[in-house]
Write a protein that binds this ligand. Structure first.
Ligand code: FE2
Length: 286
């Protein structure tokens, strides 16, 4: 249960840091499961290279299919020009997504339960719908930058309700690429949605593209704050909050797990890339 002070801080700055939200046992279980999924993954079967700098790399049927599956995505620097792995497989994966929370028993247990349901209610999420789960590896040395963005660009609802649940599975530090966020950057003019990632249905599986909405500049690390946290910490943040993480050039990985939830009472855009079929309907935290 959040205190009135915590609720006020969330409204004011756009995020809340909750140390110790998950126990060491909980984080160890999902870290182990993530590494087992990578171990079982056959790179030759084809995965998509993931880069936030060139989203056309992932604008393919595999990303769209991952809405209802568990797929591994390569780190951009893990492959050479011919698509061959240049690092060991265990260090080649950028992320796993995007239906772990509904399809994998270990991740499902981590992603649901009364503590999360209560937190979501305290943050004002009505009939929460958890659309996406991702394990983000931020691999040692090659873990890529995630440029400034707002998560609402990927989960448009009317009104905007998307809320991010960012779990540190390992310590996140300045050296290995912790989150950075702009205090109050979700509010007023500064919180204007700058771009929107849309799925244009134009025959076949269609096409994914980032649509600019505003010329408002992104914050920088000069005006933002770093959010170094210990493993087990949950950072929840508003969908309009601009955030960023630096590349990881350190020898230590920075595993994180994220969930994105919207209000079931807000209209979810049919242009969002992530859609669920009747076979796997979107569910909440319970
Ligand atoms: Fe994000």
């Amino acid at each position: 249960m959040l205190t009135p002070l915590q609720k006020a801080a969330y409204q004011e700055q756009g995020w809340l840091v909750l140390p110790g939200f998950k126990s060491p046992g909980d984080t160890a279980a999902v870290c182990g499961r993530a590494r087992a999924i990578v171990e079982a993954f056959d790179p030759a079967a084809g995965a998509s290279r993931f880069s936030t700098r060139d989203r056309s790399l992932v604008a393919d049927a595999r990303l769209l299919a991952s809405a209802e599956a568990v797929h591994c995505f390569f780190e951009e620097e893990a492959l050479d020009a011919e698509g061959r792995l240049v690092v060991p497989k265990a260090q080649s994966i950028n992320k796993i997504g995007h239906a772990l929370h509904d399809l994998d028993p270990v991740f499902s247990a981590f992603s649901k339960g009364p503590a999360l349901a209560e937190l979501a209610a305290d943050l004002g999420l009505v009939q929460p719908q958890v659309w996406q789960s991702q394990v983000i590896f931020k691999q040692p040395q090659i873990g890529g930058e995630v440029g400034w963005h707002q998560d609402a660009s990927f989960f448009e609802t009317d009104p905007i309700t998307v809320t991010t649940f960012w779990f540190a599975l390992e310590d996140a530090t300045l050296d290995n690429g912790c989150l950075w966020a702009e205090p109050g950057g979700h509010r007023g003019e500064r919180g204007e949605l700058r771009e929107r990632y849309v799925h244009e249905q134009a025959g076949g599986t269609g096409r994914l593209r980032m649509e600019p909405l505003s010329r408002r500049p992104w914050p920088s690390t000069a005006t933002a704050l770093p959010l170094p946290v210990e493993a087990g910490t949950l950072i929840v943040f508003h969908g309009l909050l601009p955030h960023y993480s630096a590349p990881n050039r350190s020898p230590r990985s920075r595993l994180a797990y994220t969930l994105h939830a919207t209000c079931g009472t807000a209209a979810y855009s049919p242009r969002n890339w992530l859609q669920r079929s009747a076979a796997l309907p979107v569910r909440g935290f319970v």
